[in-house]
Design a protein around this ligand. Structure first.
Ligand SMILES: Cc1cc2nc3c(=O)[nH]c(=O)nc-3n(C[C@H](O)[C@H](O)[C@H](O)COP(=O)(O)OP(=O)(O)OC[C@H]3O[C@@H](n4cnc5c(N)ncnc54)[C@H](O)[C@@H]3O)c2cc1C
Length: 508
């Protein structure tokens, strides 16, 4: 088959996936004159999932590449800034206090002859301390609720890497506006069927006409309406190792005198964990739980007990989640993107990030109207590798827990056995520092050795090491690091002050 020129792409689904993908492809192909006709079909009867409010830091590069003004994005989505995630209660209490640790986005800058992690490990053997607190600036920002952006920070730049908390519904609307302005054709219709010939979709059938296209992108959420038409038995479940398959989301008002936090919190409960995400105008919360152990009513009751103050609750929504991913994301001329392609529980806020990765990868693979099987295989192999990489990182949070107060937590530790090679790595990380080569698979979803160390050492999985370096050298290094952090912290605004300035018209 000869390669023919790509002329039309049709996306079905107008959630974050549909609009992020449409906008990206439109910027890619049509910035200097229309090369490819991009059309998005969405139903007005079937809503979007409407959760997905925390991001990782790399999402900034997506918005920057789309030419979006950062201040406009923040204003239009009621967004706040995020330096990382504070994990509470993932381990047994320590000295009667709730255990907590912080996972920032920050990449550490070495400040002496020994790497920072090894320096901390050696000092910690003499003087116990918190890893993130000792080694990273973001901890100070989280502790003091400061903004990661300084007054003179350029767009998408800050003192440390940061992501956002944003209103998912407003964000989909914002992206829709941008994509339509960039030339994407918007069709409001319900897709009722798709015609298939030789494992290729020839047209989608809607209550508002039939649409043919070279390429179809399935952005229909957990349904996977189009991809399912092309291939049966195309799903791999991760529920054996990650059994949380339901969520109940609750939006609530702020209590008086509470200001938005510049970090997400994840607090473990009896059968899963609760997210708390602070926007400028309200908080998004939700309990991600194992639906085989709790009913919807029990989960909602437990979440309401945890949140307290019923008066502040605005609305509750129950969601089923399919945890796993496609064996083949790209079949024939259809690519499953976003939730239609796969989902791993939102513990590290990676949903939008996976869309970002998926669409960027598509850009390098979609070279004609009829890409060859090796192209599809390459895309599928990489997407599967990214999901495996992320799955391992999420499993790490569970298998390191020493909680045994419920069956859910007793089983959590066994999740390690579903991730090939992780038990051996954990054994190694008891005798040496976790390094890049230990986790480099060639498929980095985003989480590197730095991220592993925050979780490992935050969850007390610390090696014993004895490098031939003097205590004085180590202490001097960490002291210098501390001084740098204090100096940088003094230049950061309170998170609320930053938001106030932004919403009063100052740019960021
Ligand atoms: C509980 C939970 C928490 C999450 N938290 C986070 C988080 O903190 N951070 C993060 O990055 N991600 C998070 N995610 C993931 C995130 O919500 C999704 O990745 C993101 O919203 C993209 O969803 P989507 O667009 O793929 O699907 P959806 O939002 O479900 O959109 C599907 C679209 O398909 C359309 N559609 C469906 N059927 C038809 C039809 N027959 N005809 C026409 N149109 C149709 C619908 O109208 C809709 O527009 C979370 C997910 C869940 C479940």
């Amino acid at each position: 088959m000869t390669n023919s020129k790509l002329k039309t792409i049709t996306l079905v689904g107008g959630g974050s996936t549909g609009w992020m993908t449409a906008l990206y492809l439109s910027r890619l192909y049509n910035q200097q004159g229309q090369q490819v006709h991009i059309r998005l079909i969405e139903s007005k009867d079937i809503g979007i999932i409407g959760v997905g409010e925390a991001t990782v830091h790399s999402i900034r590069f997506f918005f920057a590449a789309m030419g979006i003004d950062e201040a406009e994005l923040l204003r239009e989505t009621n967004a706040t800034l995020k330096t990382g995630i504070l994990f509470n209660n993932w381990m047994k209490p320590v000295n009667g206090e709730t255990h907590s640790y912080f996972h920032p986005f920050e990449q550490q800058k070495p400040c002496g002859p020994v790497d920072n992690a090894s320096a901390w490990i050696m000092q910690n053997q003499r003087i116990p301390s918190d890893f993130a607190q000792q080694t990273c600036l973001s901890f100070n920002l989280m502790r003091d609720n400061l903004s990661p952006k300084q007054l003179n920070s350029a767009q998408y730049q800050g003192a440390v890497p940061y992501g956002y908390h944003l209103d998912a519904v407003l964000m989909a609307r914002f992206l829709r506006k941008k994509a339509i302005a960039a030339g994407v054709e918007h069709i409001v219709a319900n897709v009722t069927d798709a015609d298939v010939e030789n494992q290729q979709i020839t047209q989608v059938i809607t209550d508002n006409g039939h649409f043919s296209s070279d390429i179809f992108i399935d952005c229909t959420g957990f349904k996977g309406l189009l991809i399912d038409k092309l291939k049966a038995d195309n799903w791999q479940s991760f529920e054996a190792e990650l059994p949380c398959n339901r969520a109940v989301a609750i939006q609530r008002e702020y209590s008086e005198n509470t200001t938005p936090r510049s970090y997400t919190t994840s607090t473990a409960l009896t059968n899963g964990w609760v997210w708390e995400i602070d926007l400028t105008n309200r908080q998004g919360t939700g309990y991600v739980y194992d639906g085989n152990r709790l009913t919807r009513e029990q989960a909602e009751a437990e979440l309401r007990r945890y949140l307290g103050d019923e008066q502040k609750i605005l609305k509750a929504t129950h969601l089923d989640m399919k945890i796993g991913c496609r064996k083949e994301f790209w079949v024939g001329n259809c690519i499953a993107m976003g939730l239609a392609g796969g989902f791993i529980e939102p513990l590290e806020s990676t949903g939008l990030h996976l869309i970002n990765l998926g669409v960027r990868l598509l850009a390098t693979h979609l070279t004609s109207a009829n890409p060859s099987q090796p192209i599809r295989d390459s895309y599928n192999r990489t997407m599967n590798g990214l999901y495996d990489d992320l799955r391992q990182f999420i499993v790490l949070h569970y298998c390191l827990s020493n909680r045994d107060d419920t069956e859910f937590w007793q089983q959590a530790q066994a999740s390690v056995k579903y991730t090939q090679g992780l038990a051996e790595k954990l054994a190694l990380w008891k005798v040496k520092v976790c390094e890049h080569v230990d986790v480099a698979t060639g498929f980095s979803s985003i989480f590197s050795d730095e991220n592993y160390r925050y979780v490992l050492y935050g969850m007390q999985h610390v090696p014993s090491i004895n490098l031939p370096v003097t205590e004085q050298t180590i202490d001097a290094m960490l002291k210098q690091l501390n001084m740098q952090k204090t100096q940088a912290t003094s230049q950061c605004l309170a998170h609320q002050s930053f938001l106030d300035k932004l919403h009063h018209g100052q740019n960021c």
